[in-house]
Ligand binder design. Structure first.
Ligand SMILES: Nc1ncnc2c1ncn2[C@@H]1O[C@H](COP(=O)(O)OP(=O)(O)OP(=O)(O)O)[C@@H](O)[C@H]1O
Ligand SMILES: [Mg+2]
Length: 251
């Protein structure tokens, strides 16, 4: 399978420090991949590099190997704070994902309106299309932001910590939704998270970041005591308890 995204030996230096080195992995059409790692590991940095917002110090990032243009990338950033006083409806936020002049402000064309409605429907947010985003719950806002990223029909969807600040139920709903987008719409989904457990049912590929390096493959291949001990450079135990994976720092 030709990858939609390919990283070859990517290195990143920030503030004179080598934050990431020798990062190589691919993400193919319809594949669900997760960047997993502790705080400060370099997850956001990696996503910014893929978006072209951060320069690399080594290696290369190839987008659209399978004919997808670089413009066909949807992005949901780690944090967006929208004050509840701002009169911006969920519908407006999604519409902003379309190019302004293409949308036809102030009178969007019927086709553009249908695209916005379709994106809202794809994420199950049509019911609160007219609500102020700032007044929506965290899980509802996350759906609206995903619709915002989806409305331009990307082939690659990048999400930075989309599960942060969600309760267990919303977390599961968002994971199910993203899994469905990957499978049914054949969108390559690449997200970051600090906990891999909610993603175990849907994740095809794990990109585990620690100590400035990555290990990639299936969860069973990467998340082992030996593998993570090598990556972290100090003893780590991987425990599997009732279908959950727990990574424990050794002594
Ligand atoms: N502009 C910068 N200059 C110098 N160092 C930076 C810069 N941006 C990030 N860093 C450092 O790079 C490392 C990786 O940061 P990054 O934000 O990518 O981590 P993360 O894995 O996304 O963490 P979190 O889970 O907290 O979101 C951190 O040590 C951070 O302090
Ligand atoms: Mg981050």
């Amino acid at each position: 399978m030709f990858p939609l995204l390919q990283l070859d030996g990517v290195g990143v230096r920030l503030g004179g420090r080598q934050v990431l080195s020798d990062v190589s992995f691919t993400v193919g059409k319809g594949e669900f991949a997760a960047i997993i790692g502790p705080n400060g590991a370099g997850k956001t940095t990696l996503i910014r590099v893929i978006l072209g917002l951060r320069p690399t110090s080594a290696g290369r990032v190839i987008k659209g190997v399978n004919g997808a243009g670089a413009g066909r990338v949807g992005y949901v950033p780690q944090k967006i704070v929208i004050d509840s006083d701002i009169p911006l409806r969920a519908w407006d936020v999604v519409a902003l994902g379309l190019d302004g002049h293409k949308l036809g402000f102030p009178f969007p064309s019927r086709r553009r309106r249908e695209q916005v409605e379709q994106a809202l429907q794809d994420v199950g947010a049509l019911g609160y299309a007219d609500a102020r985003v700032g007044e929506l719950s965290g899980g509802e806002q996350q759906r609206v932001l995903i619709a915002h990223a989806l409305v331009s029909r990307p082939q690659l969807l990048l999400l930075d910590e989309p599960l942060a600040n969600l309760d267990l139920r919303s977390e599961q709903e968002i994971v199910t939704l993203l899994g469905k987008l990957a499978r049914e719409h054949e969108i390559a989904v690449l997200l970051s998270a600090h906990d891999m457990n909610p993603l175990l049912p849907v994740m095809d590929r794990i990109i585990y970041v620690a100590n400035g390096k990555v290990a990639t493959g299936s969860t069973d291949e990467v998340v082992t005591s030996e593998g993570l001990t090598r990556l972290y450079g100090h003893p780590v135990d991987v425990l599997r308890v009732r279908g959950r994976v727990v990574v424990v720092a050794g002594d």
